[in-house]
Design a protein around this ligand. Structure first.
Ligand SMILES: *[C@@H]1O[C@H](CO)[C@@H](O)[C@H](O)[C@H]1NC(C)=O
Ligand SMILES: *[C@@H]1O[C@H](CO)[C@@H](O)[C@H](O)[C@H]1NC(C)=O
Length: 281
């Protein structure tokens, strides 16, 4: 799984991590946003938790009252319609009155998503009813149509809960790390040439480890108040500068996203639907 022939990469799925746990000393990484801090509750009201069988597995963000954007790899081996989306959360495991739990009626993952390379790692979730927008539940904007990805050095923020019940270290609430956009060619070299064009990388900007970790997948990378990335994959050692964190480059998918959302698809994916460009890939 993951780009081959390179570093000890892995999918950012709690399940995948659980399988690989034996290859990583426990407690070294904490399966959460690395080098970050807990945010003020509900200050990132667009954050969604995607849950399967009662477990937080991936992040996402609310784009429209009925649509959440997440990563395709979160759904590659499970039926999205068995998942739930939790909005308005801060501490996931507590019963917060702000939380809204919605079902997923349809998941439209990118038709050109490649599980081995992680290219086009994006999926749109249509909720079974509209979220009630308010102080704790709100929308996050996409990049403008035709916008370029943020320049190298741009300060961005990545958020996630990054916890699973399999591990002891649970974040107290939603966590956030400050990261800086890394030039794609430099990142591609670190990843031994395994990256595709519609990807975006970040680094911590200092010698400390910052970034995302397992189960932050699908969560947004927010740059200048817009969703410019979706957490896709990183190296075995979370926050390791040798394997920079890699995101889906959202700006490459803006027209595809709006095509899907406006079409309001019926249940079932529309593979090869006319007018669905393959991102920038
Ligand atoms: C949406 O799904 C949730 C979770 O399965 C369920 O509790 C709720 O009743 C559903 N709502 C509608 C309008 O179908
Ligand atoms: C990464 O490097 C490989 C090998 O040089 C190249 O084929 C690929 O197109 C590069 N990817 C990007 C996004 O530049």
């Amino acid at each position: 799984m993951g780009p081959r022939a390179g570093g000890p990469d892995r999918l950012l799925l709690a399940v995948a991590t659980a399988l690989m746990l034996t290859s990583r000393p426990p407690g070294t990484c904490g399966l959460r946003i690395i080098g970050g801090h807990e945010v003020r509750p509900h200050s990132r009201p667009y954050m969604a938790s995607v849950r399967f069988e009662g477990q937080h597995l991936c992040g996402g963000f609310l784009l429209r009252a009925r649509w959440v954007v997440s990563a395709a790899h979160c759904f590659s081996d499970r039926d999205p319609r068995t998942g739930l989306v939790v909005l308005g959360a801060h501490a996931l495991r507590t019963s917060e009155t702000t939380q809204q739990v919605l079902g997923i009626s349809t998941a439209v993952c990118h038709p050109d998503y490649h599980p081995t390379t992680h290219a086009n790692d994006i999926c749109l979730l249509r909720l079974n009813s509209s979220a009630a927008l308010g102080p704790a539940v709100g929308l996050l904007r996409l990049p403008r149509a035709g916008a370029r990805p943020p320049k190298a050095g741009t300060l961005c923020y990545v958020d996630g809960w990054g916890s699973t019940s399999n591990f002891e270290e649970q974040p107290p609430g939603l966590m956030e790390a400050e990261v800086y956009v890394l030039a794609l060619d430099i990142c591609n070299s670190s990843w031994k040439g395994q990256l595709s064009p519609a990807m975006l990388c970040t680094h911590s900007g200092d010698s400390h480890r910052h970034g995302f970790c397992s189960a932050d997948s699908g969560g947004p990378l927010v740059c200048k108040n817009r969703a410019h990335g979706l957490v896709s994959f990183s190296g075995l050692w979370c926050g390791d500068p040798k394997t920079p964190d890699v995101y889906t480059q959202v700006s490459a998918f803006v027209s595809w996203i709006w095509d899907v959302v406006r079409r309001r698809p019926q249940p079932g994916p529309p593979p090869g639907t006319p007018g669905a460009p393959a991102g920038a890939a």
